[in-house]
Design a protein around this ligand. Sequence first.
Ligand code: NAP
Length: 281
Amino acid sequence: MILIDGKKEAAKLREELKQEVLGLKNNFKKVPGLTVILIGEMAPSQIYVRNKEKSAREVGLKSEVIKYPESIEEKIVLEKIKELNKDDTVSGILVQLPLPKHIDKQKVIETISPHKDVDGLHPMNVGNLSSGYQGSIPCTPLGCYLLIKNVEPNLSGKKAVMIGRSNLNGKAMAQLLLQEDCTVTITHSKTKNLKAECLAADIIVAAVGITELVKGDWVKKDAIVIDVGINKTEKGIVGDVAFDEVSKVAKALTPVPGGVGPMTIACLLKNTIECFKRTQK
Ligand code: NAP
């Protein structure tokens, strides 16, 4: 079984991006900039943002974090986003989710310029992805896609099953695999026989948030299994896939932690660089 080492792949990608930033600096005399807006004190969000900032600096991006208290008014956040939209030194804007209840997530997403939407959640980028046009692709599915392609460069005709249909994960992942000529099934909480769907799959991407939902006898021999889930348990952080069981049947599998997570951050940096390049053209 191939244990997909997300840490190693992400480090490789960051190194490539670092070289690319050096080239851009030479050409344009400036570097791409990433601005992250962090609202509130939620511990996981604080950790994610710290990691994003550290990685951005490591590859040579200009990186800035704007912090607001939990009680910040929505209109102040929206005004700040509009200001950043006009700022030429800012290539990418990310508002760390989840947001406090009084702030409308969709309004925030749609206020970010689609040209600076490094999360790929703006409806214009969602449309671009489903139409096969250029635009930002959500970081986690992009990371999963790169990991899958690394194991299996030719995906044509493969049957892929997404577990979960969020905009952030399942739907975008499905579009990427459809573009690779996979036959894609998107499953969700109302799916009748999830085990049977999974057993038919050459590729399974689980993005649900249920500890070890995907069991060993749900997986066809030699399937590629990508575990996006992050679940806090007494054993520590665990994915949506029962790792020990599935590792006995799968051709390739991502661990949790150390699989998809590091690729998500590397792809955020990649998206920031792509946004910068598109505006320089
Ligand atoms: P989400 O928005 O809550 O979506 C979960 C999806 O799972 C929904 O579509 C839901 O179906 C589906 N679902 C729930 N129960 C199910 C079941 N029993 N069988 C099949 N599908 C079921 O979650 P998300 O934001 O996509 O995140 C999913 C997981 O990935 C979470 O654990 C999250 O922490 C993790 N995550 C990891 C990364 C990373 O970088 N590694 C990044 C983002 C998220 P319905 O639509 O019918 O409700």
